[in-house]
Design a protein around this ligand. Structure first.
Ligand code: FO1
Length: 326
């Protein structure tokens, strides 16, 4: 039976997503509303070619998390995976700084082969999520290459070279989004935004996870023109990121590395923002921006917290949901 690829026109909850933080939030959201109501628009700025394969870290993190096969400790990679292939690649002198498990490699082999057949990244992402029985719609932000580069005192690095190979050691001078040239929105992206019942910016790195999505020509205009409520969840708690290099990257691009800085970064787009209780004192300044703050526990320690955060976000967006999580 041919897989359906047209994105249904019914209003959906559109979640602008990066990697681990977004995936964990989506898990909670999919437990509170029907997964078919959710469309995850995923950052592809971390994508790169390695060992001749198209690696798509955030697409795989979101898909594998929602499929329940993610390595929960790391937040990426597949649970119980082995590294036989990586070991042999090392013996052959290939780079092994980016750890690709044997099962994980199947995703990259499949994706690379399908892209070589002429399929778009959107189509392949949809095939993979259907194959893993994920009911949430997952679309890349674009079908065009959109690599994120980090400008450091060691030169211009691909985000993953900075984050994984160099372990965020080099001082960051700036960030270059869409470093391979013009980036068009994925075919279904603008219609999804226009018809959304709510737009949620997940708790992802505002610079290198959400930034690449918002920098696509037409996306911010579409969000501003949408009738849907637009809310964000701050990934910064107490001036620190839960995971990843958000603080040095925000500083490098002139954003205050605080929940207020996140609200300011999204000020022209969002109606509300969920911030952590630790940052309650920032609520008045956020209100000054004309943005409604919702103060709650945003640390997603486990499933109950993910569900509670999803409820808080939907509440702020003004969407009423059933009482009991599935
Ligand atoms: N992150 C690491 O810190 N080290 C790794 O070796 C690594 C491998 C990896 C493989 C597949 C994948 O989907 C993600 C992977 N990540 C790894 C995570 C990734 O670097 C970041 O989490 C995302 O790109 C940022 O959201």
């Amino acid at each position: 039976m041919p897989l359906r690829f047209d994105v249904c026109r019914k209003p959906m909850i559109v979640v602008l997503s990066g990697g681990v933080g977004a995936a964990r939030f989506l898990e909670g959201l999919a437990a509170v509303v029907a997964p078919e109501r959710i469309a995850a628009v995923v950052n592809t700025g971390d994508d790169m070619v390695m060992h001749g394969l198209h690696i798509a870290p955030d697409l795989d993190i979101v898909t594998c998390t929602l499929a329940g096969v993610i390595d929960t400790a790391q937040g990426w990679g597949i649970a119980g995976d082995t590294d036989e292939c990586m070991q042999w690649l090392g013996r052959l002198g290939a780079p092994t700084w980016f750890k690709l498990g044997d099962r994980d490699l199947a995703l990259h082999i499949y994706r690379t082969a399908r892209l070589r057949d002429g399929a778009t990244l959107s189509r392949v992402a949809d095939e993979i999520r259907h194959a893993l029985e994920v009911r949430v719609t997952i679309i890349p932000m674009s079908d065009d290459p959109a690599p994120t580069h980090v400008l450091t005192d060691h030169g211009e690095l691909h985000f993953e070279e900075y984050f994984v190979r160099e372990r965020c050691q080099p001082a960051v001078r700036g960030v270059r989004l869409h470093a391979a040239g013009p980036v068009r929105p994925a075919p279904s992206l603008l219609p999804l935004i226009a018809s959304a019942e709510a737009i949620i910016i997940a708790p992802s790195n505002p610079v290198v996870s959400v930034g690449p999505i918002l920098a696509i020509p037409g996306v911010q205009e579409a969000i501003a023109a949408a009738s849907a409520p637009v809310i964000a969840i701050s990934p910064i708690v107490g001036g620190a990121a839960i995971k990843g290099p958000a603080v040095p990257l925000m500083r490098a691009v002139g954003m205050a590395p605080t929940a207020l800085g996140v609200a300011e970064a999204y000020a022209d787009l969002i109606d509300g923002i969920v911030i952590d209780t630790v940052d309650a004192a920032l609520a008045p300044a956020i209100e000054q921006l004309g943005i409604r703050p919702l103060v709650t526990d945003t640390i997603m320690r486990g499933r109950p917290e993910k569900i509670a955060l999803a409820r808080a976000a939907l509440d702020l967006a003004g969407l009423s949901v059933a009482a009991t999580p599935s």
